[in-house]
Design a protein around this ligand. Sequence first.
Ligand code: CO
Ligand code: ZN
Length: 332
Amino acid sequence: MKDLIKRITEVFGPSGQESKVVELIKAELEGHVDEMYVDIMGNLIAHKKGPGKKIMFSAHMDEIGFMVTHIEKEGYLRFTNIGGHRPWTLKGLRVIFDNGVIGNIDCHSDTKPNELNYDKLFIDIGAKDKAEAESMVKIGDSCGFYNSTLANGQRMIGNSMDDRIGCVILIEAAQQVKSSPNDIYYVFSVQEEVGLRGAKTSAYRIHPDMGVALDVTPTGDTPEGAKLNVKLGDGTAIKVKDASVIAHPLVKNFMIDVAEKNNIKYQLEVLTAGGTDAGAIHLTKEGIPSGTISIPCRYVHSPSEMVDLNDVKACVELVKGMVAIDIAQILD
Ligand code: CO
Ligand code: ZN
């Protein structure tokens, strides 16, 4: 699993540019599902046919990033954000474009941290002037954090754990689930970081009887951190609420039940901000009972997001445990 996590987190894929992630996942799922297709938005939908009700899992393929808005005459790139960043944390970070061009985010050395915003920051790709920069990147090109993913025992550190680690969990589950009483849709969604957009169209098309998002959640276990219940290494997190969804009690209790019966380590999560694909799925058509399996993650939306492999494995077991049960019994 470490190898897959490293490969998938190092693939380029800011929101709207997920096709390289699609290719990697398709290769992993070949032979494990009945059909796979990419919809108009770019979502990869992997369908494992079963006789019963439809259950849709969704993990987003896109990562946060930046987009070039303007090129200065000296060759520096001005940029805007794709998804949520804290601009004062960006100075000194490396980024990579789809064509392999690498740059460094920086600012004038006199700029104070509290002044750091997108007007003060620029990306230096080492171009000597505007003409050379334009031969390397274009207005509207996007880039993501450039970092290699490392393992430190059971902890893995890298960028795009949000939410490629959710994709890994669905890949692992899909490879292991040979049959199910349910009709399973594994959705690898696009454009979550800019507003849950891929989940919205894929849920409309599939119209599942139950929706489950898989995404990272911040932990409350760092010094002077917010008082959050979730701790790295304490198991899968079953979401009760975030800013996008209040988990449907049937789905939340189903998850808790499966975790308890299968001895899967879990913790309950109440998040005061943020959202996941479940926020879009549960509002589809007349409403879909939905919930979220969260992967505890430190430093979400930084180049060094940290997850614990035992938590990741617990999430895989929870997905497997859920699809083993006929969800008609849960919903009726
Ligand atoms: Co995110
Ligand atoms: Zn996410």
